[in-house]
Design a protein around this ligand. Sequence first.
Ligand code: FHN
Length: 428
Amino acid sequence: MVATLAAVVLAASSAASPDIAWFQSARLGMFIHWGPVALRGTEIGWSRGAQVPVEEYDSLYLRFNPTAFDADAWMDLAKRAGFRYVVPTAKHHDGFCLWPSSQTDYDIMATPFRRDILAEISAAARKRGIAPCSYYSILDWRSPDYPLGSPGGKTAKENANMDRHMQVVLAETTELVRRYGLKMLWFDGQWEAPYTRERSLAFQRELRARFPKLVVNNRIEASGRMQPGDPGGDFATPEQHVGEYNTKSPWETCMTLGDQWAYRPNDRYKSLDQVLTILVQTVTGDGNLLLNVGPDAEGRIPPEQTKLLLGMGQWLARHGQAVYGTRGGPFRNGAWGGATRRGRTVFLLVLDRKADQLSFPELPARVRSCRSLVPGMTASVETEGHGIRVRLSGTRPEVGPAIIRLDLDRDAWSLGDLPGPTQTAAAG
Ligand code: FHN
């Protein structure tokens, strides 16, 4: 009888908390910034009333007909790229909804395209074992109920009704989670004055009550107005930079491949080595990476973005064991690179191409084996004081880190967080 009661309590408690273990194990998500603004090639939301007059921006949907859109092709690419979750902008700051919203006619069904893009992406994702999620902007510069407008929240609307706006926010986010079985909501647009701490707390309370396992980011919190002890999101969201090493609370870096979130013709793109460096720095810091694509107005992911994603996927196909299902550490990361761990295994991902000796001052464990996972390289390890010295030799890979696998005599998570290497180049 007692065992049964414990099982019930355990089931209830696990059912009542956000599934953050899934999120941290997934490690890599595909961000998608897309909407009628792709017709203009300017930034979603921000170019409304700035580079693009409001009236013109708000009528783009009448011409939005992405006939080349193929959710299966997009999610095939996502799978090949190694993404484990997908986060499309269901509704950005411009208020346009990529799904048939019950709360507005300003949505995909009012365009010539008339297909539920979110449903197609979510279904194609789930079919490939990719978790469907969604971005949602709390602010809405187009809605008459939201008090601030374009450009960029710098204008005020008469007769706004923020209470009614928050009812729409709750209704639409509830609809998104229920209809598309979303595992995570990526909130944004939380920084403006109308979204007060009180509104944020009320919204969080209601959303959590409806979906206790749903993962939500920290932008559900009214920026800078939350008090210590307030509830909040489940992970932090450093943007366009890699977050600090942190194994105590979940975080995710979001990053563009080019300069713009939404589609921009002839955008300037990062190199594959830069993308892999960002990935390595993020996961060795115990973070997730949400990497963005901006599809064009026809529904195509630009070839430059596709090429980068496939390059990352090829690297992950060879070395994903050092990323998926791992946690960051135990050694603190830095310019040298970093480490990930799973069970009794530690992976060293060495970015510094000149580092052929790594002296780690502390390692309260024995190393049972040490080997390079990169062809053409060898690695060896010796005890050095309370730590170890790892030596690398051979030809570094063209792109991405050298990877060394250490197998220990104990669980690597139990080691906590240890200092990174003090010396990374050969003596003399
Ligand atoms: O204003 C948005 C921006 O357009 C983009 O969606 C990024 C993605 O994280 N978030 C906001 C800027 O912080």
